[in-house]
Design a protein around this ligand. Structure first.
Ligand code: NAD
Length: 334
C-alpha cells in the first residue's frame, strides 16, 4: 500500500524502513506533522501514518478523504488527536498500536524517581565544574517508603513490581483492581488516602474527562508535605499552575515529568536557538527539584521496533480485508 508517513524523524524512518522490507509497502516519509495545511501532501495516498502530535481533526480528515485516503494508521496508543466520529462518517478506518513500551515507560519513571531523589541531574553538572560539595544533594532511602500508583494497567503494574524490588510499600488507585498488583502486596485505596500516605505519587492512568487535572490545588492540599510527584502519562493529568504553587510553598518536594499539557508546541523539536514563549513551562524549568524530559519515556529500541511491526501488521489486516484487533471506532473512549 502507498503510505504517507507524517511526523518522521531519522529514527522513525530507520525502524519503519527495516520493518517494511518483507512487506514492501510504498512509504513516503514527511517530516511535518499532519494538519489542515499539510494534508495536501497525502493526495493520492490510500493510507496516512501519524503520531501523537498530528492533528487528525474533522477538516483534516475531510481533506484526506477528498483526495483518496481511506486509512489512518496511528503509531501510538492514544487517539485523543483523532476525530473518530468524523473518520467514521467519511468511511476512513483508524488503527493504532495499543501497547509498545510498558517496560520502557515504567523504567523511565524509575529513572526520574532515582535522579530526583539523589539529585543526579545536579551532581552531573557540579562534578563537571569541579564542585564536589555534597551540600544540597541529600537524598532518602527508597526502602520502606510508600509509592502511590494511580492507574494500575500495564505500566502502573510494572512500576509496582520494580518499586517492590526496592523494598517500597505500594498503594494503588484505579477504577478496576488489578489482581497482579494485589498479589504483589499492593493495597487499593481511595485517592485521598493515597494522596495522604504516599511519599512518591506516580500517574499511569489515561487522560479522560475524569482524570483531567487530577492533580489540582485540592489534591495538593491532601498530599503528604514534600511528596515526589511523577507524571509519565499525559500532561493534562496535572494542573501545572497549581503544581508550581505547590513547588513554591514546598508542599511538593520533587516533580518529575515526561509530559506537559502544552507539549505539542515544544516537544520533539530542537528549539535551543528559539525564545520559548510558554512562561509556565519556563517557570517549571527554574526549580532545582524539577526534572523534565520531552516525552521520551517510550523511546527505546524495543518500542520503536514494536511500533513498526504492529503498524505494518495493522496495514496488512486492512489491506487484505481481515478484521483488525487494533481498529478503533467512535464509541471507544480514549
Ligand atoms: P493501560 O490501559 O494498560 O492502563 C491504564 C489504567 O488506568 C487502567 O488500569 C485503567 O483502568 C486505569 N484508569 C482509567 N481511568 C482511570 C481513572 N479515572 N482513575 C484511575 N485509573 C484509571 O495503559 P498503559 O499502557 O499502562 O499506559 C498508561 C498511560 O501511559 C497511557 O494512558 C498513556 O497516556 C501513557 N503513555 C505514556 C508514554 C510516554 O512515552 N510518556 C508512552 C506510552 C503510554
Amino acid at each position: 500500500m502507498k503510505v504517507a508517513v507524517f511526523s518522521t524523524k531519522v529514527y522513525d524512518r530507520k525502524f519503519l524502513s527495516d520493518a517494511n522490507s518483507p512487506t514492501q509497502h510504498e512509504l513516503v516519509f514527511f517530516e511535518p506533522r499532519l494538519n489542515r495545511d499539510t494534508a495536501i501532501l497525502a493526495a493520492g495516498f490510500p493510507a496516512v501514518c501519524v503520531f501523537v502530535h498530528d492533528q487528525v481533526d474533522a477538516p483534516t480528515l475531510e481533506l484526506l478523504a477528498s483526495r483518496g485516503t481511506r486509512l489512518v494508521v496511528l503509531r501510538c496508543a492514544g487517539f485523543n488527536n483523532v476525530d473518530l466520529q468524523a473518520a467514521a462518517d467519511l468511511g476512513i478506518t483508524v488503527v493504532r498500536v495499543p501497547a509498545y513500551s510498558p517496560y520502557g515507560v515504567a523504567e523511565h519513571a524509575v529513572g526520574l524517581i532515582l535522579s530526583l531523589n539523589r539529585k543526579i541531574h545536579r551532581a552531573y553538572n557540579r562534578v563537571r565544574e569541579g564542585n564536589f560539595s555534597l551540600d544540597g544533594l541529600l537524598g532518602f532511602n527508597l526502602h520502606e517508603r510508600t509509592v502511590g500508583i494511580v492507574g494500575t494497567g500495564k505500566i502502573g503494574l510494572i512500576l509496582g513490581q520494580i518499586m517492590k524490588g526496592f523494598g517500597c510499600h505500594i498503594l494503588a488507585y484505579d477504577v478496576y483492581r488489578n489482581p497482579e498488583l494485589e498479589a504483589l502486596g499492593g493495597k487499593y485505596v481511595e485517592l485521598p488516602e493515597l494522596f495522604a500516605n504516599s511519599d512518591i505519587i506516580s500517574l499511569h492512568c489515561p487522560l479522560t474527562p475524569e482524570t483531567h487535572h487530577l492533580i489540582n490545588a485540592e489534591a495538593i492540599e491532601q498530599i503528604k508535605p514534600g511528596v515526589m510527584l511523577i507524571n509519565t502519562s499525559r500532561g493534562a493529568l496535572i494542573d501545572t499552575q497549581a503544581v508550581i504553587e505547590g513547588l513554591k510553598s514546598g508542599k511538593i518536594g520533587y516533580l518529575g515529568v515526561d509530559v506537559y499539557e502544552q507539549e505539542s508546541e515544544l516537544f520533539f523539536e530542537d528549539l535551543s536557538g528559539a525564545i520559548i514563549q510558554d512562561d509556565i513551562f519556563q517557570r517549571l524549568t527554574t526549580f532545582p527539584n524539577v526534572l523534565i524530559t520531552g516525552h521520551q519515556a517510550f523511546f527505546t529500541a524495543e518500542a520503536l521496533h514494536n511500533i513498526a511491526e504492529t503498524t505494518f501488521a495493522n496495514i496488512a489486516d486492512i489491506e487484505q480485508g481481515r478484521p483488525c484487533a487494533n481498529e478503533i471506532r467512535a464509541q471507544v473512549s480514549a
